[in-house]
Design a protein around this ligand. Sequence first.
Ligand SMILES: *Cc1c(COP(=O)(O)O)cnc(C)c1O
Length: 476
Amino acid sequence: MAQHPSEGSVAAVSDIPPLDRLLNADALRTALDTHGRTQVVAALRRDLDALRQRALAGGLMRQELDAPVVAARVSAALDKAAQPRLRAVYNLTGTVLHTNLGRALLPEEAVASVLRALTTPANLEFDLDTGGRGDRDDLIDELLCELTGAEAATVVNNNAAAVLLMLNALADKREVVVSRGELVEIGGAFRIPDIMKRAGAKLVEVGTTNRTHATDYDTAIGPRTAMLMKVHCSNYAVTGFTKSVSVAEVAALAHAKGLPATVDLGSGTLVDLTQFGLPKEDTVRETIEAGADLVTFSGDKLLGGPQAGLLVGRADLIRKIKKNPLKRALRVSKLTLAALEPVLGLYRAPEFLSQRLTTLRLLTRPQRQIQPQAEALRATLAHAVGPNYAVEAVPMFSQIGSGALPVDQLPSYGLAVRYTGSGRPGRHLDKLEAQLRRLPTPVIGRIADDALWLDLRCLEARDEAAFAAQLAEPLA
Ligand SMILES: *Cc1c(COP(=O)(O)O)cnc(C)c1O
């Protein structure tokens, strides 16, 4: 072996240093402290194996074997592997409650409560008055009843679970009457007919896609009917020559036959959204007041809380639901309850809601507040994307998302990026979109009409500097 290997000379397998010597090199000290010996040894082994292969093929250079060079490569590989898979992103899609980006963002109160519940013991199922065993539902059912006017409440993992549980508990081997106009599919995996089957209930479809009348429900009721059910048309609208039957009418028909009327409300808003300038959506309270015996809704849609499925309504029905074994299988964790309680608590002070409830704060941001942000960031983005693209600050429309109010749109502002170079823009916009996704905090926009649109509704002032900072250099 040469004593002084010259720069650029080819290395042989015998030149590869032994693992032990590399492991003791100063350059690996930080990696050992960060990742531990087990992972460093495994990564070193992989690296040396690869070097051996290349040496055999004759393509390995001596300088690649220097301890600091090997250490840097191994450390980088370990750091990369240690990066969390679940990462923060900027949601500039214009869809505030984006299911693929995690839906509602929790307010500070909820974050603090989750942290406490996770790091200290808590009275999750412990009655502090009697010292006996408690029920985890007790932590939130009073609040839910107060906010919705319901007699009783319970909570499960998500709204799909709530519907499944409700149907199994109240309609196993019996019939459930639903309008054909309301057989909704949510995000591919949740379809009312499929859930119905899994719950053991038989779906009885009534009416047509566009029109269902009270008599359709009435004639469908038979000896095996367990309930009449209404489902919120969350992510679509039936327009034109249409007729649907209101909750009040369906409830009256059900009650005349001694049956319950249930409503899958989807988003389940707890307050009148029109007071915040948002479109009208029936609240849970209004649905109960209209006669619904049981209402199910999500925790992480318009409610603005954690993923959860809430069931509120008649005490006897909730009791039956809580006795069903599926309730145990679908129960929520303490994380969920810890987050849900303070979020529900915010609704007690509606005058602060549009500031304190993150989801509502984002939904109610006025266009005039977003416009200056877009104008301020325009030049930064233009510099980052380079000379082949034109960046404009333009008005656009955001959506609430997650099936809430699918038709109404919120006036917003943002940046539109168009390709100005030669050739068709599609491929270049796809490439730009991918570059934005590769940033340390990925930026997620949307491509439509030959432009990349970045809606700034969900970029709050406190995030603006960090957002601009990662665009300081041209995108690679
Ligand atoms: C969103 C939605 C669901 C599913 O709720 P998850 O909380 O996502 O499980 C069910 N029904 C309706 C009408 C919905 O809008």
